[in-house]
Each structure stands twice: as structure tokens, then as C-alpha cells.
Design a protein around this ligand. Sequence first.
Ligand code: CA
Ligand code: CA
Length: 269
Amino acid sequence: MDASKITFVCDRDGTFDLFVMNPDGSNQKNITRTAWEEDHPRWSPDGKCIAFCDRRHGKGEIYLIDADGSRPRRLTRNSAPDLRPHWSPDGQTIIFTTDRDDNVEIYAMNRNGSNQRNLTDHPARELESTYSPDGSQIAFTSDRNGRSQIYVMNPDGSGQRRLHVSHGDDDDPAWSPDGRWIAFKSDRDGDAQVYVMRADGSDARCLTNFEKGVGETSWSTTGRQIVFTANRDGRQQIYRIDFDGGNLINLSNSPANDFAPDWGPGIER
Ligand SMILES: [Ca+2]
Ligand SMILES: [Ca+2]
């Protein structure tokens, strides 16, 4: 397998485009260069393509492109926004957020766009979702108990349950590669920060200390590091931090806005 890359969104060339870079921030490359917005890129588990939200038609549809930005394929087709795709670990299913039912839900579809189905089917707002690395569970966020909290369910939508009770809004869950931890953002202690907790919802720990909101967590392939977005100097940048909270660095380090990082599969150098 090739070396792993991080994909992210940046507006340095005019509109929001998809970029890739090495895990040390070097070799940043624009792979879309379109006149419209792309958002929320997510590597396929084999590293060959990227699912993302494409706004050429307005509100957002889920598309796939190859890792070099070629061969865009449209997967969703309706007037409501379809956002935030995530892959199943076997690469066969893409889950995403949509309000096509006039209600924000987590949907699943096959990787060719067929069999689009509602997993959460709940009147509350279900926004962000992520598979466990063994494919047995999906973590997602819902405000069905008043605040945005992290829930888990089976891949068919059954067995929905709250993972833990937080006194803040929790969002952007991301499962660690070994399945033992979930990274997320929370404002339970004031400004939103990056946290990790065990996959059973226990033992939450705060990793960061930013004055402005952070979020959009993604794990390195080894699980030793987490990348995320933070707005420290009036613009969004992609930061990397060790699992124990050490070695914080601004990874993208550009004069533009960089956000929505996803650390892809492959050998980590
Ligand atoms: Ca663009
Ligand atoms: Ca809902």
C-alpha cells in the first residue's frame, strides 16, 4: 500500500476545493480546482477514491472522485442537501446526512449510490456519523434528548442508544483504528475542544486548549495522532496532536482557510 495522505478542504485558490497533503503537512496539492464548493472529503478504505459533498447543483450531493481528483461520479440526486459521507470499513457502504425527509437523518447507500435508506428515522437532528473499525457499530450525533450527544446503533439502524450523558454539545465523533477510543468535540467545559473517550463512553479526556471552536477530528492510521480543525488566528487551520495531548502543530499552515481533514489509509511514514 502507498504512503497515507491527508485530504482536506481549502479556499486558497478561490472556492472551497479538495486538497491532499502528506501527514507532515508537506506537498499540499489541489485536486479539484472547480468554480463551486467541495466539502467533507473522506478516503475510501482502499485509498483509491474520496467521497465528498459537491455543491455544483446547489445544496450538496454526495460524489466520488479518484484519489488524483479525476472521474467525478454523482451518487445522490434530490433537492435536499446530502452531506458528510463516511465509509464502512469494507468499502461497500457510504453513510451520510440528509434532510430529504424534511428532517435531518443518517442514511446509508451502496457505494454506487443504490439502495438509499434511512437508518435513524427519528424526528430529532441526526448530524454526524462514523463506523467502528470492525463495522459492527455506527456512532452518530443526535439532539433527541435536548443537546447534541453521541449515540451508537447497529449498521441497519437498530439498537440506537446514547453512549454517555454530557453537559455540553458533543459532535464530530471519530473511532480510533483499534476500536477502543472515540475522538469528538465538546463544549462541556467552555469553548469547544477535542476530547477522547473509551468506546463505551467512559473516561473522557480533553486534549486541547483553544480559545476558538475546534472540531472535525480524524485519526492517523496508527492511532497515535489526531488531526482536527481549529480557528486560532482568525482563519481555520488543520492541527495535529498526539493521542496523549502532546506535540500540537499547525499542519496546513496556510494564509487561507483549511478544514475538514481526513487521514487516509496507507503506510504512515
Ligand atoms: Ca471548488
Ligand atoms: Ca432525524
